[in-house]
Design a binder for this molecule. Structure first.
Ligand code: GLC
Length: 724
């Protein structure tokens, strides 16, 4: 699917003609992006725009400032080259959708694309034509704060959802009304920061790099993403911003990426901190050599490239190549043919409806003992307790810079509206998620005593995830567990709703809760989504796209792990007391915690039940280059219509490189009426089964493959086929 017009003759000719008229200063100006635009526009900024000092601004100014700055660039600069305004429109502009990690749990590319398109239209109306999204860093470490921004631990699913977001942002053509350029980031391996500590080193063997971390970026490149951003991290000792292997050999060489590369925020001079550049001159040279076209915020390009060209250290053609990539984007966006932004009203009813649907589909029902949920809409007092029940800013999650708290509908507000004030008792219990004081417990317990069912709203403030917000612990912060312990003593049924930017470890709270709904940071319409789910006006359907550990000590923990030479089995769960000789067996596990996750990848419950049956393979043997179809019947055996996300996993028994015990190779969201059966089919080619061998060749090797058509990554109907 090519979204973006490949370099077209017409545009290339216009670029060539423009380049021929540009001075070296004007070229380097195009390569410079600033955040220095303040409101109102200063005379200095106006003068710099007239002189062609900047090619782009990010996160700057008001819509009016941007319009005036653009007018000056088009009408008062020597060549009339338009400015490109970028912004972090990560999961919504004014209508805030769930954080991307939450969106990914919907496994719904179509809905995710619709949400991205709404975000693009709202931003476009304010003069934004470039977003620094989607963030597609695979991570297997929930300590890392930016896990919230990503699309989970699996490269197959992240690739599909990344392409959906890109298509949503960029539409079918970048020149379409409402289209904005996407920017996949942070290339590559940033999510593998050692110890989950922000900006830390990433050491990734090439085989894992190519099999786990690169695929979403390759899918994005193949799908025509307009821009890409290298990460802050050093990859195997070389900062991504100056890394020839990933930026030249792979991105431009192997993938033939035609888009534009922008550095991350001051990442070019940070190569000095990395100990990879001697000074800002060296940093500028190394970034340009690696193919970074535009510098974000820092000014090493403006300060040094002209001298480097004049000294013959940098080839003028390298400057022209970078400027060509920048101008191409501006032409493709139609910026030269400046049409006034289409004014769409933000938070339009259809936008809020999509935001509610995506929030609803993203939430994961982790536990529902005795079918406690859905609750009755008609009777019983409900106590709403906890610091996340009425916290609009936290509900929007990280990177929601244009979201407004006043637009957010919180769970408390939504539940009062659905049930009527008389049935709802409310007490926050804690001032915020990190509050250690128990002063609020008395009131909370008093309200809880009067209720038939207690809804706990726990989790993390939004500030505890996102950039530079790694956590060494994954527990519920503050005195939340203590609050749960006190509430649990009342012996009333507890439903726990967790709103957080990452997987958390909350084993004790889970044990005390009869039902658990994980809501991520669900955005503007999170409240109505939660109210509908808890009271049966919607049925939970989300499934985890990242593994939930029992304890942070298990991290990194993920489903697609290698078998090891001594795999643990369910018989290794739990460790006998006393001191018998070698009681625990020599297998890959721990002696102090169950080796399995708290909740596995792909897991999520419904209010209905589903039966998998009639597993079939279209042929027992598959020739190289051939295709076979793996199929099964899925039946809704429950009493309510519901969605089921059916997953296909494969494993090759023997190969020249040890293969993961399962790898996701297909997923389908089915909507099933009660009693309905659907035959779900997954076409599989030998290309789908390829991996990187010891020589880093992408190969499919003959052998026996097991496969599962499954509700999650640990269960499912198992079958077999042979590749010849
Ligand atoms: C930040 C982030 C990047 C973001 C950029 C602009 O530091 O790393 O994801 O797009 O700066 O805000």
């Amino acid at each position: 699917m090519v979204l973006q017009a490949a370099p077209s003759g017409n545009i290339e000719a216009r670029i060539t003609s423009l380049l021929a008229r540009m001075t070296l200063d004007e070229k380097i100006g195009q390569m410079s992006q600033s955040t220095s635009m303040k409101t109102p526009l200063s005379e200095q900024i106006k003068s710099e725009i007239r002189s062609g000092r900047w090619g782009s601004f990010l996160n700057a100014g008001s819509p009016q400032d941007r319009a005036e700055a653009q007018r000056i660039a088009l009408k008062e600069s020597r060549l009339g080259i338009p400015l490109l305004f970028g912004r972090d429109v990560i999961h919504g502009y004014r209508t805030i959708f769930p954080i991307p990690l939450g969106q990914s749990a919907s496994w719904d590319p179509d809905l995710i694309e619709q949400a991205a398109r709404i975000a693009a239209h709202e931003a476009f109306a304010d003069g934004i034509r470039w977003t620094f999204a989607p963030m597609i860093d695979i991570t297997r470490d929930p300590r890392w704060g930016r896990v919230a921004e990503g699309l989970g631990e699996d490269p197959y699913l992240a690739s599909r959802l990344a392409v959906a977001m890109i298509h949503g942002f960029q539409s079918d053509s970048l020149s379409s009304t409402g289209a904005i350029a996407a920017c996949v980031k942070h290339y590559v391996g940033y999510g593998a920061a050692e110890a989950g500590r922000e900006y830390n080193s990433a050491w990734i063997p090439e085989g894992q790099l190519r099999e786990v971390y690169l695929p979403p970026f390759q899918a994005a490149s193949d799908a025509g993403v307009a821009t890409l951003m290298p990460g802050f991290n050093a990859l195997n000792g070389v900062p991504a911003t100056g890394n020839l292997f990933i930026l030249r050999k792979i991105l431009r060489g192997e993938w033939n990426f035609k888009g534009m590369v922008v550095s991350d925020y001051t990442a070019i001079p940070e190569m000095i901190q990395h100990g990879y550049a001697a000074n800002t001159t060296d940093a500028a040279r190394k970034a340009l050599l690696a193919g970074v076209d535009m510098e974000m915020v820092s000014t090493t390009y403006f300060d040094h490239l002209k001298t480097l060209v004049e000294k013959g250290v940098v080839d003028r053609r390298a400057i022209d190549a970078a400027v060509r990539n920048i101008l191409r984007l501006k032409f493709q966006l139609g910026l030269f043919d400046q049409s006034p932004p289409v004014l769409v009203e933000p938070l339009a009813p259809e936008a809020l409806e999509i935001a509610k649907r995506l929030a609803t589909e993203s939430m994961v029902l982790l536990k529902n003992d005795a079918h406690l949920l859905p609750l009755s809409k008609s009777n019983g007092k409900i106590a709403i307790i906890g610091p996340l029940a009425d916290s609009p800013v936290d509900q929007m999650g990280t990177w929601a810079m244009d979201g407004r708290a006043s637009d957010v509908q919180t769970p408390l507000a939504a539940l009062r509206e659905k049930l009527g004030d008389a049935r709802v008792l409310y007490s926050p219990g804690l001032k915020n998620s990190r509050d250690l004081s128990r002063d609020g417990f008395k009131d909370a317990l008093q309200k809880a005593r009067m209720a038939d069912v207690i809804l706990l709203f726990l989790g993390e403030e939004q500030i505890l995830s996102g950039e530079a917000h790694s956590r060494a612990f994954l527990d519920l912060p503050g005195a939340q567990e203590a609050l749960v312990n006190e509430i649990a003593k009342l012996g009333r049924p507890i439903v726990t709703v967790v709103l957080a930017g990452r997987p958390l470890t909350f084993h004790e709270t889970a044990a005390k809760s009869k039902a658990i709904l994980f809501g991520w940071h669900p955005g503007t319409m999170g409240g109505p989504a939660i109210a509908d789910l808890l009271f049966g006006d919607a049925v939970p359907s989300g499934k985890l796209t990242i593994t939930f550990p029992r304890t942070v000590g298990q991290v990194p923990i993920y489903y697609a792990q290698l078998p090891t030479g001594r795999p643990a089995s369910s018989s290794d769960l739990g460790i006998p007391l006393g001191n018998p000789v070698n009681p625990v067996g020599y297998t890959s596990k721990y002696v102090d915690v169950d080796f399995t996750p708290e909740f596995p990848f792909g897991y999520g419950l419904s209010y209905s039940d589903f039966k998998y049956s009639n597993l079939r393979v279209s042929a027992p043997r598959l020739r190289m280059g051939g295709l076979l179809t793996l199929a099964a019947d899925v039946t809704n055996t429950g009493a309510v219509a519901a969605d089921e996300i059916v997953q296909l996993y494969v494993h090759e028994d023997v190969a020249s490189v040890s293969r993961p015990i399962r790898q996701l190779k297909g997923a389908r969201r089915l909507h099933l009426r009660p009693g309905e059966t659907v035959n779900v089919q997954f076409p599989v080619t030998t290309k789908d089964l390829a991996f990187y061998n010891q020589k880093m060749q992408l190969v499919t090797e003959p052998g026996t493959f097991h496969f599962w058509i499954a509700p999650d990554s640990v269960r499912g109907m198992e079958g077999k086929f042979i590749v010849e």
